[in-house]
Design a protein around this ligand. Structure first.
Ligand code: COA
Length: 256
């Protein structure tokens, strides 16, 4: 159990709140587990007709908790990280995201599994997998090139530089940029509008939109996951994580 994930259902919409603002909502194993459980419960709860994912305190999420990666890295498919990915990729009802502030790693790749995503001008997206000695996850090596085009995907994944809400909108990663003061309400209103749609038609339409990719997404998550788990133990990743802990720039010059 964790207090760092909060759930609240009103007007047919489950609000899933990442609530660890002092750590920029970095995701611990307990948070992944709680999100997986909340999505699984929402799937069968008739009171939930759409879900909004957002973060508290001006951040979406700083991605995976790097201390967890060091102390308790995911080893196999039973890890909460993979449970969350299974829950999010298999989720049958509309999933919306409201992004403000940092959206790092899974904070960006999860948007590829959201049906709609809105972001405030403060949003700062980043995919620093290579920078951390890792590889892409959440099927982003498959879905990102499709979403933003192969050249944009290569730029975002190989350099791992931060990019803005405006750039994310231009590339098609999000639907729209919305003023931060209105972002959550705007997203909730969009979710409520979906909650008022005929639910079976909505679910079928979502399933049809996802079906051509479903098997490839599952296979890619497994393939990426295999490399990711190995990479976590690599000297490159250890240097990157140590540098983060020591608040210094990493030095990869000794690696070939
Ligand atoms: N894992 C663990 N702790 C994290 C974290 C993460 N991914 N991201 C931020 N934190 C912690 C910081 O260590 C800091 O803790 P402290 O106050 O005890 O020192 C706190 O959250 C605030 O972060 P800080 O770096 O001071 O905030 P910032 O506004 O200067 O920068 C980020 C925000 C998100 C740009 C920066 O924290 C960052 O780059 N984090 C790492 C992101 C990352 O690599 N994620 C993994 C992706 S796979």
């Amino acid at each position: 159990m964790t207090d760092h994930i909060q759930t609240d259902t009103a007007d047919g919409v489950l609000r899933l709140t990442l609530a660890r603002p002092d750590k920029k909502n970095a995701l611990t194993l307990a948070m992944y587990q709680a999100m997986a459980e909340a999505l699984d419960a929402a799937e069968t709860d008739p009171a939930v007709r759409a879900v909004v994912l957002h973060g508290e305190g001006g951040s979406f999420t700083a991605g995976n908790d790097l201390f967890d990666f060091l102390n308790d890295p995911p080893k196999d498919a039973s890890s909460p990280v993979f449970q969350f990915l299974r829950a999010v990729t298999g989720f049958g009802k509309p999933l919306l995201a409201a992004v403000a502030g940092p959206a790092v790693g899974i904070g960006t790749t999860v948007l590829l599994h959201c049906d709609l995503a809105y972001a405030a001008p403060s949003a700062k997206f980043r995919l620093p997998f290579v920078n951390l000695g890792l590889v892409p996850e959440a099927a982003s090596s498959l879905l990102l090139p499709q979403a933003v085009g192969p050249k944009n995907a290569a730029e975002l994944l190989l350099f791992g530089d931060a990019f803005s809400a405006e750039e994310a909108e231009r590339m098609g990663l999000i639907n729209a940029v919305v003023a931060e003061s209105e972002l959550l309400d705007f997203t909730l209103v969009r979710a409520q509008a979906l909650a008022a749609q005929p639910p079976a038609a909505l679910r079928l339409t979502k399933a049809l939109l996802r079906a051509p990719q479903a098997d490839a997404v599952t296979a890619t998550i497994q393939e990426e996951g295999r490399h990711f788990v190995e990479r976590l133990a690599s000297p490159e990743a250890q240097e990157a994580f140590q540098a983060f802990l020591e608040k210094r720039a990493p030095d990869f010059s000794r690696f070939s």
